[in-house]
Design a protein around this ligand. Sequence first.
Ligand SMILES: *Cc1c(COP(=O)(O)O)cnc(C)c1O
Length: 384
Amino acid sequence: MNRISVMKPWLGTAETDAVAEVIASGWVAQGPRTVAFEEAFAAHQQVDYAVATSSCTTALQLALLVAGVKAGDDVVVPSFSFVATANAPTYVGARPVFADVDELTGNVTAQTVRAVLTEKTTAIIVVDQGGMPLDLQPLRALCDELGLVLIEDAACGAGSTYRDAPVGAGADVSAWSFHPRKLLTTGEGGMLTTNNVQWAKRARQLREHSMDVSAAERHNSTLAPAESYKEVGYNFRMTDLQAALGLVQLDKLDTMVARRRFLASRYQHAFANVPGLRCVTDPEYGTSNFQSFWIELGPQFGVDREGLLERLAEDGISARRGIMASHLQPAYAGHSGIVAPLPVTEHLTANTLILPLYHQLEEHEQDRVITSVLSNVLAATGGE
Ligand SMILES: *Cc1c(COP(=O)(O)O)cnc(C)c1O
């Protein structure tokens, strides 16, 4: 019996060929492929500018810097997220302040954000958790009313939509991840997107040591112009090896999303009407790419989350505990940014799990997962 993983990237010969071409060209660092990937990504996501980075984490850090978030500021973030969301404000000397989330989507709302605003709040980072689009409009209105910067951590969100447009396009600045745990992968890598030309320009410079002449420009001229360094920058560059991979993956994104949505609907159908089992589903205002397909278990289900994880493991199926809660991690123990109780976050992180879902998952394999999840239910009803 082969083991079923929770996630697998969808890579093939087109990716191998694209990377081989970059190697043959002799230009492997940030260069023309990166520019092409940025332009293609911006077009796909319906934004004016895209700046490729080494990861989503570094894109978030750049987003805060270009938005003018500074030491001493408060930045509202969901605790219910990968820890990088909370770490990013910390890198610029700001304080992450944790907001709770909506139980159905796992995302912050205007209400949960409003509840934790302080005098020092200058920005909020909202997340499309597991690819589930957040309800941006009320948050947009809140930020406009109070003059706050709206940053979207769309790490998981490539291919998800909000009100018929790609997610991320309605924030002031958004950050994306191309880690293999997401749909579109470049091994490691990220992107910053914005419609603000000044912010895009500064992000481009900051990611490359704040050089005023890029390495690519210098390389292309025989007599390299002298560069200067206006501020202390970073090396947050993407390589052309990664960008070449990204271009191929971007072409496959819509196909990946369609396949994941089909498989997600099979899970939803199989688990409909099972007492104590709730599947994540599209909200009325958007569509998910189902980067993470999670289920919530209630007492009526009969087996708790840890019990079900063990059973799946016995059946050769690798599932995962649900999204983490950053405020419960040792790194944030006793943190002053825990200003309000986070009951929904604590409930979801303890009672949800993520089921296998990836492009190459075959239906008979998914049926094995479904049978394993439902084995106590099926036993109680005589196998029907
Ligand atoms: C994966 C993820 C990140 C981190 O992305 P990297 O590219 O690994 O830095 C940040 N935020 C969220 C919500 C994520 O899921």
